[in-house]
Design a protein around this ligand. Structure first.
Ligand code: DUC
Ligand code: ZN
Length: 468
């Protein structure tokens, strides 16, 4: 039996932070005791078989759960630049111990084939535990029946796009059918809610007027294209008794729609992402091509929108902070859109930065309590996607997925030193409060001092439950 004790830290339990020691046996948390109690009452942890980690001065968090990543995923003419290996190593380095990746359906590909293909692709590659959502973008008559087969295999969530017509967008009838099927299965549907038709029209008008620079990405996707799609999807969800999950919400109005629906008792959940909480639309105020770094979708929004996102996290109307890690290099990928912003592949990196940037902007700036922080980066994503209580919480019986964060340190973010495989970083040069001291996945050290240190292919597929 392998034994590990993490002693003297501030442990963020579901009931709040406490001074506690954690005992781990064979990768599972077996005891959480008041700091030092074990030492005095039971003779300490100093038998040779127990590895003792002194966490004095450190915050011990449930390992991060990032439910929105795109590893090695088709984008533009190529693929996102992190493989499952490099991307999960970056996640481990940054304090995340579970990812739920998006598996993109090929044209005409039956969902069971997608399941097989993505399972094979991730198997043996990941540094941390993993699962995936199946994207539904190519319709066929029996597709909703096939959703059930994936749910039975532990993939209990799907993704649909209300934008990108001609590529991955589904129509309202298909959205209705997917939501209807999910309601009877207890699965969850992640919705990319933007009005794709309006965005395509606005984009065309911009280009016709000679506005082709990356800065026009922002104008091409007005805030109300998000709010309208969120509202429409809520109405369709209401007709089907389903429980949708809105990905990457960025605007005040969209959040208002979610809040209203939740207040009526609809079982809706929604996320925002690290970049919407920490960066704003002033980055688009330049004719520089480098603005292409921020061609991610939806675009960054105003400070007012940002304030609303923080409030909604505290109120629970947004319950998850994801990275939407979608790494695409500026050189060789984003520069395909040098002459037309519509050709810039959409997405930005951040799986490695999510935990620390959210800590720094949230806890260190007094916007989130430590407990709320743990909820939005770990507990709620785990609960929403059928991983809890095995993942997302520090409790007896849970996997010993633990992130030790040093609140007194500072980390300078840079693409030069990052693990994620991409040629820029959205927070380049930021001196963020805190550092990722060490990261354990099922009791195995996988991250230390912001680097990946774990064994190759340590991560396992986690079969996820349906909604209760
Ligand atoms: N949508 C996402 O969910 N991620 C990256 C880009 C996009 O459009
Ligand atoms: Zn995404």
């Amino acid at each position: 039996m392998s034994l590990l004790a993490i002693t003297g830290g501030t442990v963020v339990t579901e009931a709040g932070p406490i001074a506690a020691d954690i005992l781990v046996a064979d990768g599972v948390i077996t005891e959480i005791t008041p700091s030092g109690a074990h030492t005095t009452a039971l003779g300490g942890y100093d038998d040779a078989s127990t590895a003792v980690i002194d966490a004095t001065g450190l915050i011990v968090l449930p390992g991060g759960v990032d439910v929105h990543t795109h590893m090695d995923s088709p984008s533009g003419l190529g693929h996102t630049t992190d493989s499952h290996q490099s991307g999960t190593r970056a996640a481990a380095a940054g304090g995340t111990t579970t990812i739920v990746d998006f598996a993109p359906q090929r044209k005409g590909e039956p969902l069971p084939s997608l399941y097989e293909r993505w399972s094979e692709k991730m198997s043996g590659q990941c540094a941390i535990d993993y699962s995936f959502h199946a994207t539904i973008s190519s319709w066929y008559p029996t597709i909703t029946a096939d959703m059930s087969s994936l749910v039975n295999d532990g993939v209990s969530s799907f993704k649909v796009y209300m934008a990108y017509k001609g590529a991955v967008m589904i129509d309202d009838r298909q959205l209705f059918e997917v939501l209807r099927a999910s309601a009877s299965q207890g699965s969850r549907v992640c919705i990319h809610a933007e009005n794709g038709d309006v965005i395509d029209a606005v984009s065309q008008h911009l280009v016709d007027a000679g506005k082709t620079l990356p800065r026009y990405h922002k104008l091409a996707r007005p805030a109300d294209t998000e709010a309208e799609a969120v509202n429409r999807a809520i109405m369709i969800a209401r007709l089907t008794d389903s429980a949708p999950y809105f990905v990457h919400l960025s605007t005040k109005r969209a959040v208002d729609h979610v809040q209203e629906a939740r207040a009526e008792g609809l079982p809706i959940a929604a996320e925002t992402c690290t970049h919407y909480l920490s960066l704003d639309d002033s980055v688009y105020d330049s004719d520089d091509f480098d603005v292409a770094k921020y061609v991610l979708t939806p675009p960054l929004r105003t400070r007012e929108d940002q304030d609303r996102l923080w409030t909604a996290l505290n109120d629970g109307d947004l319950s998850v902070v994801s990275s939407d890690h979608c790494p695409l290099c500026l050189v060789g990928q984003k520069d395909l859109g040098r002459h037309d912003f519509r050709d810039i592949p959409n997405g930005g990196p951040g799986v490695e930065n999510r935990v620390l940037v959210t800590y720094s902007e949230g806890v260190a700036k007094g916007r989130l309590s430590l407990q709320k922080f743990a909820e939005v980066i770990a507990t709620e994503p785990a609960k929403t996607f059928g991983l809890y209580p095995r993942k997302g919480a520090i409790r007896v019986g849970s996997d010993a997925d633990l992130t030790l964060l040093d609140p007194n340190a500072t980390t300078v973010v840079s693409a030069q030193t990052q693990v994620q495989n991409v040629d820029y970083n959205l927070w380049e040069g930021w001196a963020v409060r805190g550092s990722i001291h060490s990261v354990y996945s099922r009791g195995v050290l996988v991250g230390a001092s912001g680097r990946h240190v774990g064994p190759h292919g340590h991560g396992r597929f986690i079969a996820r439950k349906v909604r209760s």
